[in-house]
Structures are given as structure tokens and as C-alpha cells.
Design a protein around this ligand. Structure first.
Ligand SMILES: O=C(O)CCC(=O)C(=O)O
Ligand SMILES: [Fe+2]
Length: 505
């Protein structure tokens, strides 16, 4: 330890004095980390999971969640690019933890940590397993979460080998509890899907080292295949010649503090005390392009890996997609199905607003958000267009529901739309109720709802169709804007990946 070059510390801000808009402008859009304080008051987890002296209340876990089966990482054993994982019950885990209290285990900052077998409980889908136990409230800064919103109503890999995973809590969301004694740690990584993460310390203290994405290439070996596993260990100059050039942000995260980890930042984390944390991974319009770019990169790698069996494979593209889903967690078709539904849900909400008198006066922010979302989906769809996997031939039988009329009537889609409306419409309850009744009516009788009928005529088979859908929603919207003294910027039809805003004229 001590070998990392530190360029600065992660900024700490009182979350109660920060508006959502400021959070977006200062951290989410520019993709910069921050620690937010003051946002965990009243969480049951902060009361129930912590003893009066600020230590993890381990007996509480043994008494209330004993039989849960959890993933535990052995911090002393490397397996591929992660720590070796084992499964055990919470009771077994807590018993092990209590058993090591008197042992002298070396810490994560010790370069000789292989001799230690500290166990770290990770990726526990706690909310999924105990929905009735209200452990915490997701802070408003993090609720624009398409990943968990989608997974609350839909499943990934609908047509793949993993279809049977529907009842498997371990595949169901990206909302986790982590707990481990002092010295447990997480190896250097960038998060799943290159999503954002937030991580809240219910008790204990974590040391974070974060590397900006502009330096990601420096942690890879000469072949750009493997990345450094343990940034605190002696890193071979021969294998990783550029690692010595890295400059890190450091952060000591105390109890009751929440860190926001932006997209694509490599990070390594070490528990400086016995620690319990809650974390979510998520993405939205601001980092959707990161997710797509990672999928594209992993797709090319998956393809290259099996290139030599292309000739003998009946469905080479299908095989690439199965491998992509297995390695990355979703494939192109999962992603396309997902963004198609978000495009539709956002378009409907936008249309819905035109039926509201004075809606513009009340919810300019909501309009801006919906348009921003649609434009970010369109920008991604545009970059999907030239990709092989999305040719008509390759798409045959891959994307199931092409007619939006079918999607509009899916109960899962209605649930998704409602939850989207809640996310953006919280400030406008009247609008929300009206919208809700419209959606409910529409399920029974979509013919009567002009704006829904509009979309039900669309057929979205490929990225190009998605681009058109967004064009339709936006142009419809911009005509309304004109009559309400709102307008889109003149280059909105360009629909690139630029930043966009609705200007009040
Ligand atoms: O707390 C940890 O050990 C790791 C957390 C993490 O990597 C994250 O929140 O992205
Ligand atoms: Fe992470």
C-alpha cells in the first residue's frame, strides 16, 4: 500500500442542501463521483442492523434472516478475475464471522493477504427477498433507475437458456446488501453494464480508490485482455506496463455516507472496519450510451472468440448473443426490447401531457426529462443501426413483440409505465392520477384513446424503427410545444448524442 498515486479526494456534499437538478448537472451528467451525507435518517437498517456502539448487529441477522442463502467471497482466493465465491446461509456466515473475531487476520491493505481467508457477504438481493421489511428508502437522486424499474416488471433473456431463472432471486435485480469484517475487500473493477452505483454505509468505514475512465486503458495488460486484480498489491511492470501512470481519487467513506460511483470508473474498495452497506447499480438516459458501448465491445469479443466455428454453426449470431448474455448479463435483444419499452413508455407520457390543461405550466421539468430520455434512446438506436446483429435476417425470430399494440396491453408494460410516471411525475399528483386512469382505461379499450392508438400502429422490429418512433413522439410533442409557447431547439431533429433542452420562449 502507499504505491498508488493519489490526485485528490472525492468531494463530500450535504445531500439535504443539493437539489436534484444540481446533482444531475454537477455529478450525473459530467460522470463525476461524490459522497452525499445526511440522506439516511430514519432508515430501519440504520437502527436495526447496528449496535449502540456502532458495530454490525450480527445477532439481529442470525435471528431474522438466518436461512437466507447468500454469496460469500473468500477475500484470500482469486478465481478468474474475481474472488472465489461460495454459498452459505446467513446463519453460517455470521457464525463464521463471530468465530474469526479473535483470530488475527491480515487486512486488505496487507500485501500478504493471500494467507487470510476473510469472508465477505456480497450481492445479497435483500429487498427482493424481504420486500415487507422496509430496510431503507432510495434517495431521490437515484430513483431514475431504468435497470431496476425494468427488472421489477420484466425478465432478461426471455428466449434464452436462462428462461428458467424467473424464480431465482439472484437474477432479479441489482439492489444489494454487502457485509464483512474489517479487512474484507473488493478487487479492482468497473461495474456491471458500466452502470452507475450508489453505496450507503449503514455502519463501518470503507476506503475507496477510483480511477477516471480516461485512465481505464492504463490498468490493462499489453493485449488489453486482463486488468489489474489488486491495485494495492505489487503490480507487475512487465505485465501491466502503464499501471504506474495511474492517478487515483481517494475516499474514506464513513457511516451514514453514500458514495455515487459514476459509469466506467475502475474502483477498489476495502472495509477499514466491520461494515454493512447497501448498494444499487442503475442506468438511465445519462449513461445509456455507456451500457450500449460495453455491450458492443463485449459482443465483438464474444464473436471473435468463436469465429473459427462460424462455418459449422447453424445460427452463429444466436450463439454470439447467448455468449454475450452469459458473460455480460444481457444481450442485444434484451437491451433492444428494454429500450423499445422505455421509448414507448416515455412517448405515451409525453402524449398524455397534451391532454392536460395547463400541464405545461406545471411540469416543464417532466417534459424536459421525457424528451431527454427519448433523445438518448434515439442516439443509441442510431448507433445500433449498422450492427450486423440488427439486420432483418439476423433479427428474424429474435425480438418477439414487434407490434407496439401487443406491448401496450402487456401487464408488465403497464407496470413499467406507472413506475416511470411515478419517477418523473411525483411533483404533480393530479396529472399522475389522470394518467393512471387513462392507462387503466386504455387496457380495457385502447380504441378510445387516440394517443395510444397512434402508437399501436407502429411496428418496431429494428433500431431504425425505434428512431422513427422517437421522431414521431418528438415531432408530435414539438407541435404541442408551439401552441404552448415552448419549443425544441432548432437542431433537435438532428437527434445526435448532444445535450438537449426545451427552451421556454
Ligand atoms: O463495497 C464494496 O466492497 C464494493 C462496492 C462496489 O464496488 C460498488 O458499489 O460499486
Ligand atoms: Fe463496484
Amino acid at each position: 500500500m502507499g504505491r498508488l498515486r493519489i490526485g485528490g479526494n472525492v468531494e463530500k456534499v450535504d445531500g439535504r442542501e443539493l437539489s436534484y437538478k444540481d446533482f444531475v448537472e454537477r455529478y450525473m451528467k459530467p460522470n463525476l463521483p461524490v459522497v452525499l451525507t445526511g440522506l439516511m435518517d430514519g432508515w430501519s437498517s440504520c437502527a436495526d442492523w447496528v449496535t449502540p456502539d456502532g458495530l454490525p448487529n450480527l445477532p439481529f441477522f442470525s435471528s431474522n434472516f438466518a436461512q437466507s442463502i447468500v454469496q460469500v467471497a473468500d477475500c484470500g482466493k482469486k478465481e478468474f478475475m474475481d474472488q472465489k465465491r461460495i454459498e452459505m446461509t446467513v446463519k453460517e456466515y455470521i457464525d463464521h464471522w463471530l468465530g474469526i473475531v479473535n483470530e488475527n487476520c491480515v487486512s486488505c491493505l496487507d500485501s500478504n493477504k493471500n494467507s487470510c481467508s476473510l469472508l465477505y457477504l456480497k450481492d445479497w438481493h435483500f429487498v427482493k427477498e424481504y420486500p415487507e421489511y422496509d430496510a431503507y428508502t432510495t434517495p431521490a437522486f437515484f430513483i431514475d433507475d431504468w435497470l431496476n424499474q425494468y427488472l421489477d416488471s420484466h425478465f432478461m433473456h426471455r428466449n434464452s437458456d436462462r428462461d428458467g431463472a424467473k424464480n431465482d432471486v439472484n437474477c432479479a435485480d441489482y439492489k444489494f446488501v454487502y457485509m464483512g469484517p474489517k479487512g474484507t475487500w473488493t478487487p479492482l473493477h468497473a461495474d456491471v453494464f458500466r452502470s452507475y452505483s450508489w453505496s450507503a454505509n449503514v455502519c463501518g468505514k470503507k476506503l475507496w480508490h477510483l480511477l477516471p475512465p480516461s485512465q481505464s486503458h492504463l490498468v490493462f495488460d499489453r493485449n488489453l485482455k486482463n486488468s489489474v486484480y489488486d491495485a494495492y498489491d505489487k503490480v507487475s511492470d512487465v505485465q501491466f506496463p502503464d499501471f504506474k501512470k495511474t492517478i487515483w481519487l481517494e475516499c474514506i467513506q464513513e457511516r451514514n455516507e453514500i458514495i455515487f460511483v459514476p459509469s466506467g470508473w475502475y474502483h477498489q474498495v476495502c472495509n477499514l472496519e466491520d461494515t454493512i452497506s447497501i448498494n444499487h447499480n442503475w442506468f438511465n438516459a445519462h449513461n445509456l450510451a455507456w451500457v450500449w458501448n460495453l455491450l458492443l465491445k463485449d459482443y465483438h469479443e464474444a464473436k471473435e472468440y468463436i469465429e473459427d466455428i462460424r462455418e459449422i454453426s447453424d445460427d452463429f449470431e444466436g450463439l454470439c448473443q447467448r455468449n454475450l448474455a452469459a458473460n455480460t448479463g444481457m444481450n442485444f435483444y434484451d437491451f433492444f426490447s428494454m429500450i423499445k419499452r422505455f421509448a414507448l413508455a416515455n412517448s405515451i407520457q409525453l402524449s398524455c401531457l397534451k391532454y392536460e390543461r395547463n400541464a405545461f405550466a406545471k411540469s416543464t421539468d417532466k417534459h424536459e426529462q421525457l424528451v431527454y430520455n427519448l433523445l438518448s434512446i434515439q442516439a443509441v438506436a442510431l448507433s445500433m443501426k449498422p450492427v450486423d446483429a440488427f439486420t432483418k435476417e439476423n433479427l428474424k425470430n429474435k425480438v418477439v413483440e414487434n407490434h407496439l399494440a401487443e406491448i401496450l396491453l402487456e401487464p408488465e408494460f403497464i407496470k413499467l409505465s406507472m413506475s416511470l410516471n411515478q419517477t418523473y411525475g411525483m411533483a404533480n399528483e393530479v396529472l399522475e392520477q389522470n394518467y393512471q386512469s387513462k392507462m387503466e382505461t386504455s387496457c380495457l379499450d385502447s380504441q378510445n384513446m387516440g394517443f395510444l392508438q397512434d402508437y399501436s400502429e407502429f411496428n418496431v422490429c429494428c433500431p431504425e424503427d425505434l428512431v422513427k418512433l422517437v421522431d414521431h413522439a418528438i415531432s408530435d410533442h414539438s407541435s404541442i410545444c408551439n401552441s404552448c409557447n415552448l419549443s425544441l431547439p432548432s437542431d433537435a431533429s438532428d437527434l445526435g448524442s448532444k445535450l438537449f433542452k426545451i427552451y421556454i420562449v
